[in-house]
Design a binder for this molecule. Structure first.
Ligand SMILES: *Cc1c(COP(=O)(O)O)cnc(C)c1O
Length: 491
């Protein structure tokens, strides 16, 4: 299995065949594109039959071995077994089994169709990013040990990504995490989750500034190529291929758990931001999983909904980006979207490159086929099953209330965006699976607003704010930041 960049000419792709391990620790391809397999491995009906009863870890092994062909199978099996265990996914609700890893719950089965919730948020940080990041932590440790290397992950977070990365990398040999966050700007719960980690390889840096200052510092340090190389600096952002492929597994799991035969189809609704999660659904569908619709649910930051309604992709300025009550979906552009556009334009890397150059120069592109547009491929979108919808703060509050009244459970704000949109897209005969991307306890302010009561916290999280915290406060100063990293990497 080889990987190509969405911007690579066929000559450079042929000269530079990349294996899974080659792209594991990196982000963007050197030409600025994103990696994809040169072709998608296919699944047969016999495989799906055999996989229907597999434990999650074994299903993960079966799928990953099709993509990570350069990792010995015994090693890959050990890595997935260590990652997908009930000990890691222990925050399941009382009526769920943590052994299922991503248990399904039928919310409704009536004249409108069947509405199902797939729990992806029972890992250590109570959000779906753990599903991929926990595997990444084990893969990184494995790959670094094999090559006797070290890696220093340097990133900025306003919440979910940073904590998922820290909980995945804590205690891992060969890895350190330097995570910047805006000082006193995260919720008390999210701050406590990150700062209570006492592992010596985790460095929490509270920057005196806002999230954009943190991101600017990461960019400034990363642009210093010699510093970056000397201190072995890397990232774990959502474009990392291994993260995307780890997410493919739960689409298979959801499908297999919701059906009894491969003649049946299901649809998925995915609370979306950077298009990483739903991109994994697209890949599962391209592999032959019988998925009918893939519905992207956005909040007020509706870049993706706009594209799937009109064919126009228009990134937002930071002044146009709303701070919403589903903050992990507050994006100005969808960093994984290029992977789908590449497909849509017939895997034409030159065209893909031109379109994303236009994103940089003109803020977007138009595939609607209208006079003067950049192409007419929007008419092909339906072939890939994509649909979309949008939700607002008022929708979230109303949906959290409805779901509590109708089904007796408390959902988080991002999942509420998903349910709101899924209800508009349900069809009799095709189960609609909504991916639960976080637990309500993480976003309690809106739960309080909707229900007048606090969200329930899983066991062990009751007094998280009172735990001792380990962090340093620093001004938004590049030289101070570099000195801190140099001091602690000892390189
Ligand atoms: C990251 C995140 C999302 C968005 O996922 P993408 O892969 O960026 O589309 C949605 N909900 C929650 C809770 C998240 O943390």
């Amino acid at each position: 299995m080889h990987y190509v960049s969405t911007r690579a000419t066929s000559a450079s792709a042929a000269r530079n065949p990349q294996l899974f391990s080659d792209i594991l620790l990196g982000g963007l391809a050197p030409d600025g594109g994103l990696y994809l397999p040169s072709e998608y491995p296919q699944v047969t009906g016999a495989e799906l039959d055999a996989w229907r009863k597999l434990p999650y870890a074994e299903l993960a092994f079966e799928i990953l071995r099709k993509f990570a062909t350069d990792i010995p199978e015994a090693d890959l099996r050990a890595l997935t077994a260590r990652t997908y265990t009930p000990e890691v996914y222990r925050n399941a609700r009382a009526d769920e089994s943590s052994a299922d890893i991503t248990p399904l719950r039928v919310l409704e089965d009536g004249a409108n169709g069947k509405l199902v919730l797939q729990a992806l948020s029972n890992g250590p940080t109570l959000a779906f990013k753990d599903m991929a990041m926990q595997l990444l932590g084990n893969l990184f440790e494995y790959a670094l040990a094999r090559n006797n290397e070290e890696l220093n992950i340097f990133g900025a977070t306003s919440g979910d990504t940073g904590s998922a990365a820290e909980y995945a990398m804590r205690g891992k040999r060969g890895v350190r995490v330097f995570m910047l966050s805006p000082h006193r700007k995260m919720s008390a719960f999210q701050t406590a989750q990150m700062f209570s980690l006492q592992d010596p390889n985790i460095f929490n840096i509270a920057v005196e500034g806002v999230f954009d200052d943190c991101q600017d510092l990461v960019k400034a340090v990363s642009n210093d190529l010699s510093f970056k190389a000397r201190h072995k600096i890397g990232t774990v952002n959502s474009i990392n291929w291994a993260r995307v492929v780890a997410q493919v597994v739960y689409y298979f799991r959801g499908y297999l758990a919701a059906t009894t035969s491969n003649d049946q189809k299901v649809s998925f609704t995915v609370p979306s931001g950077n298009f990483g999660n739903i991109c994994a659904g697209h890949i599962a569908r391209m592999m032959g999983l019988p998925i009918d619709k893939l519905v992207a649910a956005t909040n007020e930051n509706d870049v993706l909904d706009e594209f799937f309604r009109t064919g126009v992709y228009r990134v937002r300025k930071s002044s146009e980006t709303f701070h919403t009550s589903s903050p992990s979906m507050d994006i100005s552009k969808a960093s994984n979207f290029e992977r789908f556009v590449y497909e849509l334009v017939g895997r034409d890397a030159e065209r893909t490159h031109a379109l994303f150059r236009k994103v940089d120069t003109h803020g977007g592109f138009d595939l609607s086929g209208a006079p003067g547009s950049d192409g007419d491929e929007f008419k092909l979108v339906a072939n890939y099953g994509f649909q979309s919808g949008r939700s607002t703060h008022a929708d979230r509050v109303a949906t959290i209330r409805d779901v509590a009244d109708d089904y007796g459970i408390t959902i988080d704000t991002h999942t509420a965006d998903g349910i709101k949109v899924a209800r508009e897209r349900m069809q009799p005969g095709v189960p609609m699976i909504v991916l639960e991307t976080a637990l309500a306890a993480k976003f309690n302010e809106t739960i309080l607003e909707a229900l007048g009561a606090d969200a329930e916290r899983p066991a062990g999280f009751e007094d998280i704010e009172t735990l001792p915290q380990r962090f340093v406060v620093m001004p938004a100063d590049v030289d101070r930041m570099k000195a801190y990293i140099a001091e602690h990497t000892g390189l």
